[in-house]
Design a protein around this ligand. Structure first.
Ligand SMILES: NC(=O)c1ccc[n+]([C@@H]2O[C@H](COP(=O)([O-])OP(=O)(O)OC[C@H]3O[C@@H](n4cnc5c(N)ncnc54)[C@H](O)[C@@H]3O)[C@@H](O)[C@H]2O)c1
Length: 103
């Protein structure tokens, strides 16, 4: 089972959560949002067992295979990875959620 987390629990995060629920082998285990009310409401709606105040807390507390970043960022890729101190390894795939698969 692949463990997924979502950062930013606004409008588009619902589509990511619904997509995760529709895929066998993926479980949405935690979410994060700077707005605690948004995080708790989203967790309740989607039956997510854990929520955190930001990507740092999320990635420190949870062993995740997928992190879906669903909040505004000027340069999302680098900025979000730096924010979470995420260091992708050689086998990890990092790309924008809406970027189509190539090849
Ligand atoms: N790919 C697509 O099809 C698609 C569609 C819609 C929106 N988007 C993009 O997704 C992003 C989010 O859009 P939305 O409509 O869901 O926005 P939204 O304003 O509804 O939700 C954003 C959420 O992120 C939270 N947030 C903000 N900064 C945060 C941070 N540093 N850490 C954790 N949480 C944080 C906010 O509190 C809010 O709950 C935007 O960049 C938007 O352009 C993409």
């Amino acid at each position: 089972m692949l463990r997924m987390g979502i950062v930013g629990t606004g409008g588009i995060a619902n589509a990511h959560a619904n997509a995760a629920a529709a895929v066998d082998g993926v479980e949405l285990v935690a979410v994060a949002d700077v707005d605690a009310d948004a995080a708790t409401a989203f967790a309740s709606t989607h039956g997510v067992p854990a929520w955190y105040g930001g990507i740092e807390e999320l990635t420190a507390a949870e062993q995740l295979d997928i992190v879906s970043v669903c909040h505004l960022g000027k340069r999302p890729r680098g900025r979000h990875l730096r924010a979470g101190r995420i260091r992708p390894g050689p086998g990890d795939s990092v790309r924008k959620a809406h970027q189509p698969e190539r090849g």
